[in-house]
Design a protein around this ligand. Structure first.
Ligand SMILES: *Cc1c(COP(=O)(O)O)cnc(C)c1O
Length: 496
């Protein structure tokens, strides 16, 4: 199936875009976009992927270059997402994108601008949204899509999530003021940075409940799992998820790879992207963009000391870590022991053999905590085709890159971006390289101060947020207590 169309018109849409689970080998017909939007995880435990990736040719890319220049990021987002969504009328989808990427919501009206450092490395700025992390790029669109579809189905949803920092605030800024969505967000008491706590807990919205759990992130995650395992409770409260297993988040992220290339590569030449990775969501979107035909030379995967992914790409062995084995680092949003989105890439690696994926993720990983793909027919060829190269950075590397970038260019980068910059600068990939900036330095001020001995200047919108009143419930590590809070909130929290 190919959706290539010189005029980017409805050719592909007429033929339908359908989604299948990574673990499905049945050949049964796939599901339309809006069904999987509200569902999140597939019933068989797999993740949804389009049956095949729509293809984009050089002519379409040239047209999109014009679209981005003249009509802006939201218009490009509409072009790209319309290739993945055939069950929302075009005019509605355009309006959804315009609301999600309204320039006024972003510190820079270009939404995802690029800049170049003096050594030639480019930065793609993805953290100009309301929560100052790149997760806004996907969450803003997800929020609008949810609202649209819940309205259309005249129903509501309860979002129950766990956050170690960035996901929670991005979700809350995207979902606040949406009466059909109520949010219950668990975070580990006292473990987020003061800035992150202030960002989340200062939100005063009747449909948003912050719950600080006495425990670590994994305890929060376990409570979410436990509540989701109560099928009756889950159904009664229509519990949904906004973590990166939701295909819509990945799809939204595909757009900025196109936006970066269109801004940088005037001659059509390929560029490479360096991506600071944890759950593999960001770079998985780069893989999708490359699969669609965007000229990407290398996808440079950067990890911190938690190098599960680097290890896989080097050895072919994927071995998840116990939480005790997970290092607490200065790029905390990448302190991941099990990359929730990785299954999507592996599905492509084994050429969508659903039985194989089910065996790897549903059996091997669960029983043994690891699997080995080094024997996969042409494992190295496959990786080369997909363009992946990887590297890991340390705390000292991040401090060094924060210093170097500041001293050479007067540019402040956050520690996650510094992971990408470190690996990009050490890899010697030829041609143009773009490092993805995933958070503003103000979010992780302590590390910037450690590197440079200065206080991080903060954008005016964040002035004094630590002093605002806090809206947060403190709880023990207790799923029943969380259930009681959800139970007590009137359904359709508008009236709460
Ligand atoms: C979430 C996050 C990452 C990691 O992205 P993944 O999609 O999980 O790989 C990197 N940097 C920041 C600042 C983040 O919030």
């Amino acid at each position: 199936m190919s959706f290539t169309s010189a005029h980017g018109t409805a050719l592909g849409r007429l033929r339908g875009v359908r989604y299948v689970s990574t673990r499905d080998s049945s050949g049964a017909p796939g599901r339309p976009f809006c069904d999987i939007l509200l569902e999140g995880l597939a019933p068989d435990g797999g993740l949804y992927l389009p049956e095949s990736y729509p293809e984009v040719n050089a002519e379409t890319l040239e047209r999109w270059r014009h679209v981005l220049r003249t009509d802006g990021y939201a218009a490009l987002a509409h072009e790209v997402t319309s290739l993945f969504i055939d069950d929302i009328p075009q005019a509605d989808l355009r309006a959804i994108c315009e609301r999600a990427y309204a320039p006024a919501k972003f510190l820079d009206p270009a939404v995802a601008p690029v800049s170049q450092l003096s050594d030639g490395l480019w930065l793609l700025h993805l953290s100009n949204g309301p929560s100052a992390a790149f997760k806004d790029m996907a969450m803003q669109l997800l929020g609008e899509l949810f609202e649209y579809e819940l309205e259309r189905r005249d129903t509501s949803i309860t979002i129950l999530g766990a956050t170690s920092g960035d996901t929670g605030s991005a979700a809350e800024y995207a979902l606040m003021g949406k009466p059909r969505v109520s949010v219950f967000m668990l975070s580990p008491q006292g473990r987020m940075t003061p800035f992150q706590q202030a960002q989340m807990f200062s939100i005063d919205d009747p449909s948003i409940t912050n719950i600080a759990v006495a425990g670590v992130f994994d305890d929060c995650q376990d409570i979410v799992k436990e509540i989701n395992a109560d099928a009756d409770f889950k159904r009664r409260h229509r519990i949904g998820a906004v973590n990166s297993i939701n295909w819509a988040r990945l799809m939204a992220q595909v757009v900025y790879y196109f936006a970066a290339w269109l801004q940088i590569s005037n001659d059509g030449r390929p560029v490479s992207f360096a991506v600071p990775s944890g759950n593999f969501g960001n770079i998985a979107a780069g893989h999708v963009a490359k699969s669609m035909g965007l000229p990407i030379h290398r996808l440079i995967l950067a990890t911190n000391e938690n190098n599960v992914l680097d290890e896989f790409f080097t050895t072919g062995v994927y071995r998840i870590r116990e939480s005790a084995e997970t290092h607490a680092t200065s790029s905390p949003s990448m302190d991941i022991s099990k990359a929730s989105n990785f299954e999507r890439f592996v599905a492509d690696l084994v050429e969508r053999d659903g039985d194989r994926v089910a065996e790897l993720f549903g059996v091997r990983l669960r029983e043994e905590g690891s699997f080995d793909l080094s024997e996969l027919r042409s494992f190295r060829d496959q990786l080369a085709t997909h363009g992946f190269v990887t590297g890991a950075s340390t705390h000292a590397d991040r401090l060094h890159q924060i210093r170097r970038t500041y001293e050479e260019d007067g540019v402040l980068i956050d520690p996650h971006t510094a992971d990408a910059v470190q690996v990009a600068r050490s890899m010697q990939v030829c041609g143009t390289v773009v490092a993805l900036e995933t958070a503003l330095p103000v979010k992780f001020g302590e590390t910037i101060t450690e590197a440079l001995g200065i206080d991080v200047p903060r954008p005016a919108v964040f002035d004094g947020i630590e002093a605002l009143p806090r809206y947060v419930v403190e709880l023990g590590n207790d799923a029943e207590a969380v259930k009681e809070i959800i139970e007590a909130a009137p359904a359709g929290a508008a009236s709460k």
